[in-house]
Design a protein around this ligand. Structure first.
Ligand code: C2E
Ligand code: MG
Ligand code: MG
Ligand code: MG
Length: 280
């Protein structure tokens, strides 16, 4: 009986593994289909300004609409799309959709003045990226000052000059850059100092530790003051409870993003939320 039990466990484990494997392969195979069939959709998450008590800006976050699995989150397909290079086309599709969204909701009619758009470093390694993005902004006649590009991990030193020149072209044109996920992995002080960022986004892992740990509060307070002394602004990511908002306010944080205010929402739900809350 015991051996049968164990066998069951193995079989079940194997099924779970196969299911994950199948899902992964399916998603990989569906990337091209999604590109062809308009299968990517962009959701939007509002970002709250502590100084004004209002939603000040927002972030665009891509999802893939799959006929079998429904909505697929970016962590499940962006890394694959980076591996096979499709991120370049996906990135342009996302940016086009973001520009359509910005056009459909003018600032004067309840839209946002600025929006954060994630760029993969694989995209930034394309010499043509800046020109491609500029062409889309010009097509929609949207001022470059409305776009903040968020980048995460940075590349090997050899590729640094390509990344820097992409950033400089877009900054000269009038856009800004944010360093995403600050505090984990490659997103650290060296990148913050070496590249021309205007905004730093504190990773959720730091936010999560604020409530229980006095040492994290001390560190985050010092990080925020360092960022301010370098003339940049701070957004805390992954804020889920009121206590975190209050601590971040005390520590001098500028902006808050997280489920506490809202999850990322499809375009219609997002605009409805922004209109209905007096926060904007
Ligand atoms: P990110 O740029 O750091 O985006 C923030 C992520 O945190 C989003 O996950 C968002 O839904 C999630 N989040 C926000 N507030 C909370 C919270 O209070 N609690 C929790 N648990 N999570 C929260 P999402 O949408 O799944 O995106 C994951 C990552 O995928 C993004 O991280 C970004 O690195 C990447 N990504 C998303 N859209 C794009 C895109 O258009 N292009 C590229 N290259 N990457 C993208
Ligand atoms: Mg981001
Ligand atoms: Mg982040
Ligand atoms: Mg992230």
């Amino acid at each position: 009986q015991e051996s049968k039990h164990r066998e069951n466990g193995v079989v079940r484990g194997g099924e779970i593994f196969n299911e994950k494997f199948r899902r992964k392969n399916h998603i990989r195979a569906m990337l091209a289909y999604a590109l062809e069939k308009d299968g990517f959709e962009v959701h939007y998450q509002p970002i709250y300004c502590l100084a004004t008590g209002r939603f000040a800006t927002c972030e665009a976050l891509v999802r893939m609409r799959d006929p079998e699995f429904g909505l697929i989150p970016p962590d499940e397909f962006i890394p694959m799309a980076e591996e096979n290079g499709m991120i370049v086309s996906i990135g342009l599709v996302v940016f086009e959709k973001v520009c359509q969204f910005m056009t459909a909701h003018p600032y004067t009619e309840g839209g946002f003045e600025t929006i954060g758009v994630n760029l993969s470093v694989v995209q930034c390694m394309q010499e043509s990226l800046a020109d491609d993005l500029i062409a889309v902004m010009e097509h929609y006649k949207l001022p470059p000052g409305r776009f903040k590009f968020e980048i995460t991990e940075t590349v090997a030193a050899a590729s640094m000059s390509t990344l820097r020149s992409t950033m400089e072209r877009l900054i000269d044109y009038g856009c800004a850059f944010a360093l995403d996920d600050f505090g984990i992995g490659y997103s650290g002080v060296t990148n913050m100092l070496n590249l021309p960022f205007k905004l730093i986004k504190l990773d959720k892992s730091l936010t999560d530790r604020l409530t229980g740990e006095p040492r994290t509060r001390i560190a985050v307070e010092a990080i925020i003051s360092l960022i301010h002394r370098l003339s940049m602004r701070v957004i805390a990511e992954g804020v889920e409870v009121a206590e975190e908002v209050e601590i971040l306010r005390e520590l001098g944080c500028d902006y808050i993003q997280g489920y506490y205010f809202s999850r990322p929402l499809p375009e219609a739900a997002f605009t409805a939320l922004v209109k209905k809350t007096a926060w904007r």
